[in-house]
Design a protein around this ligand. Structure first.
Ligand code: ATP
Ligand code: MG
Length: 186
């Protein structure tokens, strides 16, 4: 099955992590690949590593946080999220590497479930990768379930999948100036 979690509300990545854990609990082999953000600081990365199973693997192809040592720094605050306003040349290389590995792993048919977290944002922010992401989605093996996440999913991606959930923002403390919270937002 092909799934997309999109929308402007909180919960897309949390849902994908929940699905990954659920699938792993059912004996599936699960690969979680994160793009754009510094996922190495996220609770989901730490949790999956604590489980230390070769059947539940997490790769991060985001931008590393320059202030990692600073406990006050959070992913909602510093430059470790790739945004339209701060794209750097290195981002292209990291994303390109991530997409190559994602495609190779998917086509290997080693994995029952593959999550590509924030891949919709890659699609929207980096037009040069659109063709690669489309090809990847069109060539998913029958045995593999794939999950895409990210805001503002365009219709051409929605058309290619079986299930779409849109998470709507009703209220978010960020809009009151409150920064991301460890254990809730990352
Ligand atoms: P989560 O990782 O918590 O499931 P998400 O994947 O749905 O969130 P993203 O668009 O990837 O959301 O953004 C991740 C960060 O942005 C999180 O810290 C999240 O709390 C925050 N966020 C999510 N929705 C909103 C919103 N509507 N307004 C402001 N910040 C938001
Ligand atoms: Mg997310």
């Amino acid at each position: 099955m092909k799934l997309i979690f999109t929308g402007d509300g909180k919960g897309k990545t949390c849902s994908a992590v929940g699905l990954a854990l659920r699938a792993w609990g059912q004996g599936k082999k699960v690969l979680f690949i994160s793009f754009l953000k510094d996922a190495l600081r996220s609770g989901e990365f730490k949790a999956i590593n604590l489980l230390s199973s070769s059947d539940l693997v997490f790769f991060s192809f985001g931008r590393r946080c320059p202030y990692e040592e600073n406990e006050d720094c959070c992913p909602g605050k510093c430059e470790c999220i790739v945004l339209p306003s701060n794209i750097e040349e290195d981002d292209y290389d990291i994303i390109n590497k991530g997409l190559e590995i994602a495609e190779k792993e998917i086509l290997s048919e080693l994995w029952d479930v593959v999550v590509l977290d924030e891949i919709v944002n890659v699609y929207n922010l980096f037009p040069r990768f659109k063709i690669d992401i489309m090809r990847l989605l069109k060539n998913i093996p029958d045995k593999t379930d794939i999950v895409f996440t990210g805001r503002n999913c365009p219709p051409e991606l929605l058309d290619l999948v079986d299930l779409v959930s849109e998470i709507k923002n009703v209220k978010h403390p960020f809009n009151e100036g409150i920064k991301a919270k460890r254990g809730i937002d990352y």
